[in-house]
Design a protein around this ligand. Structure first.
Ligand code: IPM
Ligand code: MN
Length: 349
């Protein structure tokens, strides 16, 4: 037998509710395999900060670093909870994990399942994956404010793009595209305005494309990409883009594929120097927390991405199949609880 040593960070709000279902399904999918799961749960998030003043202590981070993979729920305070400064938990916990564990690829697949309502009148067959850069861009926190609070304030957020950082993500996008049926990469950026970073991205795509002659590639400015995500999302196969554009595009992608309740993600450490982290794209949804109303599907699909990443592709495929069957059997207006959906998916794994 082999051990899958999991770090579990359920977090705040609906995070613990959906994570419990994801773990239930993950265990079911590994039944009958030689994989034994070991879970270590970490209390982290906005609530944890309120009660302890800790965001992510160094010894906890070290402990997490030693695990095989991380299953992450959601973090964040209730809107209007003024006790928690905006950005504190995001920067000091979630982004700190992504940055220190070198999660350079933020992988966000988007698929429109049969039977799931899309707000688009004619969505077509949507099945693409966004390779969002995860450790650079405007997210690095390189900026500042001068003359703060005065009419002459100047605030900057400098987007950092390194040749190394861009290239590894672009190469991963081409590698993923080469394994898919349509074999197409679309670079999304804004090189008509962001000329420095934009041209680095564009040159990198041209260079890496030469290594993948079987993969086609094209380019869209980010504003045009939002139009196509609504008018013709079926045109996309693999989108590669920077951290902030990817953040925005993947919420839109979630919306056109029937809601963020289905959107899963993986924060991938490409060279295996630290555990990768898997999380639903949605947040902690404090408004519905504790009511067993949250859809655990995004968390369950994130667990499938986790299994795929650790070499358990068959178990991952069983989860995806069970999710597909469950989602296709859903009827408009049905009211199943978080646990009922988790049980139903687990039963079909
Ligand atoms: C996401 C979230 C995060 C991000 C926030 C919470 C820092 O929106 O995972 O998409 O911007 O990456
Ligand atoms: Mn986001």
């Amino acid at each position: 037998t082999q051990t899958l040593d999991l770090a579990v960070i359920p977090g705040d709000g609906i995070g613990p509710e959906v994570t419990a279902e994801a773990l239930k399904v993950l265990h079911r999918a590994l039944e009958g395999t030689d994989v034994e799961v070991k879970e270590t749960h970490y209390s982290l998030g906005a609530q944890h900060w309120l009660s302890t003043g800790e965001t992510l202590p160094a010894d906890v981070l070290d402990d997490i670093r030693g695990r095989d993979a991380i299953l992450f729920g959601a973090i964040g305070a209730a809107p209007g909870d003024t006790r928690i400064p905006s950005g504190l938990i995001e920067r000091e916990l979630l982004l700190k994990l992504r940055f220190t564990l070198d999660h350079c690829v933020n992988l966000r697949p988007s698929r429109l399942y049969t039977g799931v309502g899309s707000p688009l009148a004619a969505p077509g067959k949507i099945d693409f994956v966004v390779v969002r850069e995860g450790t650079e861009g405007p997210y690095v926190g390189n900026g500042g404010s001068m003359r703060t609070g005065t009419p002459h304030e100047i605030a900057t957020e400098v987007s950092v793009n390194t040749a190394y950082g861009v290239e590894r993500v672009v190469r991963d996008a081409f590698r993923r595209a080469s394994l898919r049926a349509r074999k197409k990469v679309t670079l999304v950026h804004k090189h008509n305005v962001l000329v420095h970073a934009g041209h680095l991205w564009k040159r990198t795509v041209e260079a890496v494309a030469a290594e993948f002659p079987e993969v086609q590639h094209d380019y869209l400015h980010v504003d045009a990409a939002t139009i196509f995500l609504v008018t013709d999302p079926a045109r996309f196969d693999v989108i590669v883009t920077d951290n902030l554009f990817g953040d925005i595009l993947t919420d839109l992608a979630g919306a056109v594929t029937g809601g963020i309740g289905l959107a899963a993600s993986g924060n991938i450490n490409l060279d295996g120097t630290a555990p990768s982290m898997f999380e639903p794209v949605h947040g902690s949804a404090p408004d519905i927390a504790g009511q067993k109303k949250a859809d655990p599907t995004a968390a369950i699909l994130s667990a499938a991405l986790l299994l795929d990443h650790v070499g358990q592709g068959e178990a991952a495929a069983r989860i995806e199949g069970a999710v597909r069957a469950d989602v296709e059997s859903r009827t408009a207006g049905e009211q199943r609880s978080t646990t009922e959906i988790g049980d139903a998916i687990a039963a079909q794994v």
